[in-house]
Design a protein around this ligand. Sequence first.
Ligand SMILES: *Cc1c(COP(=O)(O)O)cnc(C)c1O
Length: 332
Amino acid sequence: MAEAEVGDDVYGEDPTVNRLEQRAAEIFGKQAALFVPSGTMGNTIAIKLHTTHGQEVICEARAHVMDYELAMMAWFSGCLARPVFAPDGVLRWEHIQPCIRRHSPFWAPTSLIVLENTHNMAGGVVTPKEVMDEICDRAHELGIKVHLDGARIFNAATYLGVSVRALCEKCDTVMFCLSKGLGAPVGSMLVGSAEDIARARLYRKRLGGGMRQVGVLAAAGLIALEKMPHRLQEDHQNARLLAEELADAPGIRLDPPRPQTNIVILDIGETGLNSEEFCTRLRQRGVLASAAGPNRIRLVTHFDVDREACRMAAGIIREVAVAAWRSCRGSR
Ligand SMILES: *Cc1c(COP(=O)(O)O)cnc(C)c1O
């Protein structure tokens, strides 16, 4: 980052950003790519590209675009989200098909489907390639676009043993994060057709995401993109370790029972603590976790926490659960 060659990216003159965008496009097998400061901005731009005001966007009921982006699809694109619940977090064509709306005197037409792979709030669940391909094929037959919120698409590809290029082959646009599991301090990418990305560049500027000398960040992004995907398997093994160590802990239920990637969600309802209180007790003992609902806490494994640290964390989580569970039963 200190040695990055930089320029003004608003003029397209930052060589490091240009290299990152070119590599991202190549790796995903798309025509072009755009560096954006956050995943939310990438998703926001993609939704804008594929819709006009007064249309519907189908997404899974717990999707990031639904719950964690301040209603940007309404605020910026004037669209209505049509959430569809998929119990295991894998949105399939059979869930989507009945919710598609065509032009009628009453209905706002569906113009876009947003997929999320891996699905964050469903516990890092992976959507297989065949499921994504079928959705894209059927949607495209109806003139509906498909955007992939692929914040963790490299985790999905690692789990499936396929390339991100193959996995995202049929999606119109893909957003993925260079931060999070790939370890860059900042940044996400949007990839798609040359035409879409040229328009995306203008929306990025409108949103205040045109940056100068941003090669400093793109330099870290290049390492995230080229080097970091190869080690994601370690994070997945560490998530499985956490799950195995906690499977029989009193008051704790794993949901889903077997983590596929780097996210572990624990239902701690039986301990008698709510998730905020549980997380506070963990934090006091040096374990960082976040609440994902009143009784659910979410753990994410990553580069900065190795296997031994995960084993320690599991021990602490178990101790906190045991203590709460005992006092909960004692007070009944
Ligand atoms: C993190 C994340 C994003 C992007 O979030 P930002 O904080 O805006 O970078 C989008 N989708 C999913 C599923 C995420 O986990």
